[in-house]
Design a protein around this ligand. Structure first.
Ligand SMILES: [Zn+2]
Length: 95
């Protein structure tokens, strides 16, 4: 938990403004940090990190896989099929 930068009043994470002195908690640096955290949370790497550091890696992975399957549209399947076909064709031309 952080304290208010102006008066030292103990702040809650949900509060944006100090109830003691009325100054806003979020500085530009904090806003950027929040943005970075949000980006990381939603990036592929961030999601991998979350899985790695979670208490139950197996469950987390299963949930992610379920989401991944749900996200796969027909277009996505077609793209993957094209990629596999392309790699296969490349392999054939080399051999
Ligand atoms: Zn304050």
């Amino acid at each position: 938990m952080n304290n208010c930068q102006s008066c030292g009043f103990q702040r809650k994470d949900s509060e944006k403004k100090c109830p003691q002195c009325g100054s806003f908690y979020l500085t530009i640096a904090e806003l950027i940090a929040e943005e970075v955290a949000y980006e990381e949370k939603n990036s592929f790497l961030g999601q991998c990190k979350r899985i790695l550091f979670s208490n139950n890696i197996k469950d987390e992975l299963l949930v992610k896989l379920g989401q991944f399957n749900a996200d796969l549209t027909k277009k996505g399947m077609f793209t993957i099929f094209l990629m596999i076909a392309f790699i296969f064709a490349l392999l054939l031309s080399v051999l």
